[in-house]
Design a protein around this ligand. Structure first.
Ligand code: UD1
Length: 429
């Protein structure tokens, strides 16, 4: 398996274009199941996760064509008919969000059999809210042997869906199912993440009637059919935030383009509090640090517009060399500090008590061999490696390849010493 080696010490100077958002792209791809006309998605990232989903969609009857279009990387998805309503375990377990094909399949063809996604390193991550939403819309749900059987032979019906907790995936799933339901659906306590707004814009371009995404109440007036459309995927705020943290960590000046400053505002405020300079621009941010040591600051993860849980690991890496003691509280997932022991292998001083980590900044990290445990955790190790003395080698980087497009190239263009070591085919223990 491949590994990534980082030689620490180089400042970052240059421009990094932000890719389209992975977390949005995979829900937009699922929307292609809702129409017999082609959906053209532009600003598409090329990632392991989009490939996994492409494979599953192909099994369901969608032709998935990736190409370089007039406006950059695009994917055209076309499902003239649904040839199968079966999403097997081996495909769904590779990428949890594949589960979101369930709603569109039931909405379009009245039935589906989709594997439950199974466990996940960052927590239990159940799908009860997804199922609750589909049941509210009139689907009959049965669970057998790890599979969800959903049926709505006479179509879904508009309904009130009130979520007890905020869930990005369940809100998106409810939207994807309700657009073809008969009547009006109101989703309360909806997630407000920008990816929800992106999904609303795409669905509306396809002829749906969705209002309110980005607020806690989303209203969907069902339509009988949807048509094809072209939609540009929203910039990836997690990739953007990751490189913003990397620049603050390594020092130098990095301009992030092809994005929007408000997508990472909660992070920018914390970077400024720590002593970095953040300039908001028309298409992103410029992050600068002139060499003076950053100060420790506290963060607590929260739904958007709060501090993103997907940036928590990266921020913890940043705090490992800050001046003072930082408290990092994780409120979204119960087991999201797997990166802490790996950062400690690099010399970080971290202690974890339940949902809170205490990071005491050290003057210098030391390069070591470390292991990626999940997508965002793996990039936090790369960030730490940027300043660690000597070489840091990160293994199990298939996690990284799930969500970061051309990471070595983008960091390398700014002067980072990052290289991929091709694996020998041996599985890692
Ligand atoms: C999405 C993102 C992920 C991000 C997360 C929170 C994608 C592909 N992934 O994940 O990167 O970290 O939002 O911003 O978009 N929950 C339940 N029951 C459910 C669903 C969720 O209890 O049916 C819980 C989860 O266990 C978690 C919390 O709700 O504790 C929030 O999870 P959710 O917002 O659903 O995250 P995802 O959509 O899975």
């Amino acid at each position: 398996m491949d590994r990534i080696a980082i030689t620490g010490g180089a400042q970052l100077n240059g421009v990094i274009p932000v890719s389209g958002a992975k977390n949005s792209a995979i829900k937009l791809m699922a929307a292609s199941l809702l129409t017999d006309e082609p959906l053209r998605l532009t600003n598409m990232p090329r990632l392991a996760d989009t490939r996994f989903l492409g494979k599953l969609l192909t099994r369901l009857g969608v032709s998935v064509t990736e190409s370089d279009g007039p406006d950059g990387q695009q994917t055209i998805l076309h499902a003239p008919e649904i040839t199968s309503g079966f999403a097997p375990y081996d495909l769904v377990r590779q990428m949890r969000a594949s589960f979101n094909v369930l709603g569109p399949l039931v909405a379009r063809s009245g039935q589906a059999k989709v594997s439950l996604p199974g466990g996940c390193t960052i927590g239990a991550r159940p799908v009860d809210l997804h199922l609750q939403a589909l049941e509210a819309l009139g689907a009959k749900i049965d669970l057998h042997e790890g599979y969800v059987y959903a049926q709505a032979p006479r179509g879904l019906k508009g309904a009130e869906i009130s979520f007890p907790i905020v869930s990005v995936g369940a809100t998106e799933h409810a939207m994807l199912a309700a657009v073809l339901a008969d009547g009006v659906t109101v989703i309360r306590n909806a997630a407000c993440e920008p990816e929800l707004v992106d999904l609303q814009e795409c669905l509306n371009a396809m002829g749906a009637k969705v209002e309110g995404a980005g607020t806690p109440t989303v209203t969907i007036t069902g339509v009988a059919r949807l048509k094809g459309a072209t939609h540009s995927v929203i910039p990836d705020r997690i990739e953007m935030g990751t490189y913003a943290v990397a620049a603050a960590m390594a020092g130098g000046e990095v301009r992030l383009t092809n994005a929007r400053p408000e997508l990472i505002e909660s992070l920018s405020v914390k970077l400024e509090e720590a002593g970095a300079t953040v300039v908001r621009t028309e298409d992103g941010v410029i992050v600068k640090r002139n060499g003076s040591r950053l100060n420790a600051v506290d963060i607590e993860t929260a739904p958007f517009p709060g501090f993103a849980t997907d940036l928590q690991a990266q921020f913890m890496a940043l705090m490992t060399t800050a001046n003072g003691e930082s408290h990092i509280r994780e409120t979204i997932f119960e087991n999201r500090f797997m990166h802490a022991p790996e950062l400690m292998r690099l010399g970080a001083d971290i202690s974890v008590h339940g949902g809170e980590a205490r990071v005491r900044g050290v003057a210098q990290l030391e390069g070591a061999e470390v292991m990626a445990t999940d997508l965002r955790a793996s990039v936090s190790l790369v960030i730490a490696g940027l300043v660690a003395r000597g070489e840091t080698v990160v293994s199990r980087i298939y996690h990284l390849d799930r969500g970061f497009e051309r990471l070595e190239e983008k960091l390398g263009a700014c002067g980072a010493q990052v290289r991929r070591i091709k694996g020998d085919g041996e599985p890692e223990l």
